[in-house]
Design a protein around this ligand. Sequence first.
Ligand code: SF4
Ligand code: SF4
Length: 82
Amino acid sequence: MAEYHGITVETEKGTHTVFPELCKGCGLCIAKCPKKTLTWADYLGAYGTPSVRVTNGCNACGTCQMVCPDCAIVVVRKAKAR
Ligand code: SF4
Ligand code: SF4
């Protein structure tokens, strides 16, 4: 089974993981992020074009995970403290 190597960033509201080996660099996640907290990365994706990375302010909404056609993003939201 293929194993993909994710780049995980801890954000204020959870964790944000990008799998560059799956990312085709389409930019859809950047276009759809409501917080404008995704940007092009200096690491490359599946086709040798820039992948994406998360920046400060991500609210872990999961939109980028939902819209990515290649399942290259996984967002995990922290459980709310009670
Ligand atoms: S989880 Fe939401 S706010 Fe965070 S990078 Fe993805 S689309 Fe943007
Ligand atoms: S939507 Fe997916 S494939 Fe497209 S740039 Fe974002 S992470 Fe890469």
